[in-house]
Design a binder for this molecule. Structure first.
Ligand SMILES: NC(=O)c1ccc[n+]([C@@H]2O[C@H](COP(=O)([O-])OP(=O)(O)OC[C@H]3O[C@@H](n4cnc5c(N)ncnc54)[C@H](OP(=O)(O)O)[C@@H]3O)[C@@H](O)[C@H]2O)c1
Length: 310
């Protein structure tokens, strides 16, 4: 049965683009946003999402609930939905967690939802919010995962990874390590190049040595202006996942620190249309001027010999 009404918690950048696609295909999208920021409420309004008065109404009316929040809020959202479902007696609600959470968190969410009879699908999204109907993929796992393939009729790409909850989260955690790792590495090195007055030259050299590589993460680097904190959380999830399985991650904590340093600059302003502002050079200049990675900088003799540009 096709979904008629889909509840999205919440209408952040990703939620906005889901809602845009779904509403354009005639699906009613619902959210509960009374406890959210003005930006989130405005985004919902701009994209034609119906803001219902309570989580209970959301549970009652939706065929599917999609959780797309910051990873640290994923359990809280599941708990709220489970409580509302238990109270209302609504059974067999389908719930997709599409957040970049660790497989352990996915398992915990499964346990939170199970007593309320909610059918939990673990999921993750690979690709940018603006490409949800142009190449981004929703990966899903769990016994009910195939039901999410219904979203394909609205322009989404959905791939079932397996019948075990946590497979999709594990997949995302390992994938995110690469994309966030590249972002962190590029930003760190490009701050250095900017400090040495070599930015244009190194960008040219990177392109000659690795054609297209920086291009692939440029939009994500620009997106760090607003998403660095959330992406730093993802690196924490990666570190915890490895730790849980008796492995030690060295790269993830380092990337987490770079992303956290960007978040601390507090330069982001989430837009209420879900659009990203700025280009790569402008973003790097903004980070540099705000002192990214420079606070503890020691004036070593080698760097003193190189004059900073500007
Ligand atoms: N953006 C992308 O291109 C992209 C790509 C792949 C995967 N993802 C995944 O999609 C998810 C969302 O990312 P995003 O970029 O949309 O983040 P975002 O723009 O920061 O939006 C997060 C949304 O979650 C809401 N929220 C935060 N805490 C909440 C809570 N306790 N209860 C309910 N809502 C809450 C926020 O509301 P407030 O405004 O009130 O804080 C905001 O509307 C993440 O798990 C991310 O890994 C995103």
């Amino acid at each position: 049965m096709a979904f008629q009404r889909i509840g999205i918690l919440s209408i952040g950048e990703m939620g906005y683009h889901w809602a845009k696609i779904l509403t354009s295909r005639g699906i009613e999208v619902l959210t509960y946003a009374k406890d959210r920021s003005e930006t989130t409420r405005k985004r919902a309004e701009n994209v034609g999402v119906k803001c219902v008065p309570s989580t209970a109404t959301l549970i009652k009316d939706a065929d599917l609930i999609v959780s797309i929040v910051v990873p640290s809020a994923a359990k809280r959202v599941a708990t709220k939905v489970a409580k509302a479902a238990a109270k209302s007696g609504r059974r067999n609600l389908l719930y997709l967690d599409a957040n970049a959470i660790s497989p352990m968190t996915a398992d915990e969410i499964g346990k939170i939802l199970q007593p309320s009879g909610i059918n939990f699908v673990d999921g993750c999204i690979i690709g940018s919010a603006t490409k949800m109907d142009k190449g981004a993929v929703v990966y899903v796992s769990g016994p009910q995962a195939a039901r999410i393939q219904e979203l394909e009729s609205y322009g989404f790409s959905v791939r079932v990874l397996g019948s075990t909850v946590a497979q999709a989260s594990a997949f995302k955690v390992v994938y995110a390590g690469l994309t966030k790792g590249l972002q962190g590495l590029f930003v760190e090195l490009l701050m250095g190049a900017r400090r040495f007055g070599l930015l244009d030259e190194i960008l040219k050299r990177y392109e000659e040595s690795f054609p297209g590589l920086l291009d692939k993460v440029t939009s994500s680097i620009v997106g760090l202006r607003i998403h660095a904190a959330r992406r730093a959380e993802e690196m924490d999830e990666l570190k915890r996942t490895f730790g849980h399985h008796g492995m030690k991650a060295f790269m993830a904590p380092a990337v987490q620190k770079v992303l956290q340093s960007i978040a601390e600059l507090d330069v982001g302003k989430a837009s209420d249309t879900g659009a990203r502002e700025g280009d790569l050079l402008e973003t790097l200049e903004l980070f540099f001027k705000k002192g990214l990675l420079q606070q503890e900088q020691k004036q070593s003799s080698s760097t003193e010999q190189i004059h900073a540009a500007g």
